[in-house]
Design a protein around this ligand. Structure first.
Ligand code: SF4
Ligand code: SF4
Length: 101
């Protein structure tokens, strides 16, 4: 059964808020982020975007399209300050060395 337009808008808004700093596979620590944009450039699926507030008040990477993340870990490996964590292993209780690298 199709949902009404109003319901769809509300679900979409909820998802935007809930997934702004995580996908099914990774979690992005926006406080730790130093805005080098390496993860933005390396992501093959345009999952990660930029937040840049006026007058240089604040900037950091954030998740634009969580549903497009395939868990390739390129962003995890590329981040120089370990602001991106691969969470898929943790959520699936596979905390092995090979899974997290
Ligand atoms: S795990 Fe891969 S697809 Fe997902 S955000 Fe990082 S680089 Fe993009
Ligand atoms: S690679 Fe790390 S420090 Fe650079 S923008 Fe991404 S999360 Fe921030």
């Amino acid at each position: 059964m199709l949902k009404s337009t109003k319901e769809n808008q509300s679900i979409s808004f909820h998802n935007t808020i809930a997934w702004r700093n995580q996908t099914r596979f990774i979690w992005l620590d926006t406080i730790r982020c130093e805005s080098c944009w390496s993860c933005v450039e390396v992501c093959p699926n345009n999952v990660i975007g930029k937040i840049i507030l006026p007058f240089g008040l604040h900037k950091h990477a954030h998740i634009d399209y969580a549903e497009q993340c395939t868990g390739c870990k390129k962003c995890v490996r590329e981040c120089p300050v370990e602001a991106v964590t691969y969470t898929y292993c943790l959520s699936n209780h596979k905390e092995t060395q090979s899974c997290n690298k």
